[in-house]
Design a protein around this ligand. Structure first.
Ligand SMILES: *[C@@H]1O[C@H](CO)[C@@H](O)[C@H](O)[C@H]1NC(C)=O
Length: 254
């Protein structure tokens, strides 16, 4: 998997609001980041940025092993902090204390997580008077992001007339994507949508059934359910009637 392409920045924000003057505050904060792009954490860096009124004036960088100043004030402070063994010991230990355990959790519980897509094939637009029909193949709630949706006509992959949306983030770590196929229905033709994803051992293939567009299929399902319910009620009524009438016969009418 292309795991090494992830670049994770873990962020903790330590903020201190210095003197507030009406609505204009002076805002100083530290922004701690654990950066890594490989799962063995070999390239991990701990970065602590010190910011005052949107200007980052100094930064502790674990690769350098000390603070680096970016403004006159920052250079001056970096010099002082770098001479303080307690401060240096604290930030130099931060990678092992904080970054590595957190990253290990992220790897174990998030980055290696795989969730199968729910695939649905539907008719976006029926074919009318020579205009092609539109089929929509949707994959919902999958993770990670990488997915492949293809269309097959009689077993052959279709390359033209396909429009796919990119993977859309649901905002809860899951993704969805939609692929559209324009086609002119032909008798006996088999059209299917194939979804390949890391979470699936075998690709999911859904074949379009042109005889039953979805609303009709739903109507049939509702009708069948109503029929079953009706039969149950009828049967119950019949049994009730039978027991009642048998009971009446058993009682001697003396
Ligand atoms: C930290 O320092 C190293 C070495 O100078 C540098 O390559 C890296 O880009 C720095 N990282 C950040 C986030 O500033």
């Amino acid at each position: 998997m292309s795991s090494s392409q992830h670049l994770i920045s873990r962020v903790i924000i330590v903020s201190i609001l210095l003197g507030v003057d009406g609505f204009n505050g002076y805002y100083r904060f530290g922004l701690a980041r654990c950066r890594y792009s490989s799962w063995d954490l070999s390239d991990m860096e701990f970065i602590l940025s010190i910011i005052f009124n949107k200007v980052e004036f100094a930064r502790f960088n674990s690769t350098v092993g000390k603070y680096v100043g970016y403004t006159e004030y920052g250079v001056h402070n970096a010099e002082i902090w770098n001479k303080d063994p307690a401060i240096m010991a604290k930030w130099r230990a931060e990678m092992d204390r904080y970054c590595k355990p957190s990253a290990q959790n992220e790897i174990n519980y998030i980055l290696t997580k795989k969730v199968e897509p729910e695939v649905r094939l539907s008719l976006g637009k029926a074919s009318t008077g020579g205009h092609p029909a539109l089929l929509v193949c949707s994959a919902y709630n999958f993770y990670p992001k990488m997915i492949r949706v293809t269309w097959h006509k009689d077993g052959q992959e279709v390359t033209g007339d396909v429009v796919s949306s990119e993977e859309l983030a649901d905002g809860d770590w899951y993704y969805q994507t939609h692929s559209h196929l324009e086609f002119t229905p032909k008798a006996g033709e088999k059209i299917s949508c194939v979804v390949e994803h890391e979470s699936l051992r075998d690709p999911v293939e859904i074949t379009w059934d042109p005889s039953m567009p979805e609303p009709e299929r739903n109507r049939i399902a509702i009708g069948a359910a109503a029929l079953v319910l009706g039969l149950i009620v009828t049967a119950a009524g019949f049994i009730y009637y039978k027991t009642k009438s048998r009971g009446r016969i058993l009682v001697p009418s003396s």
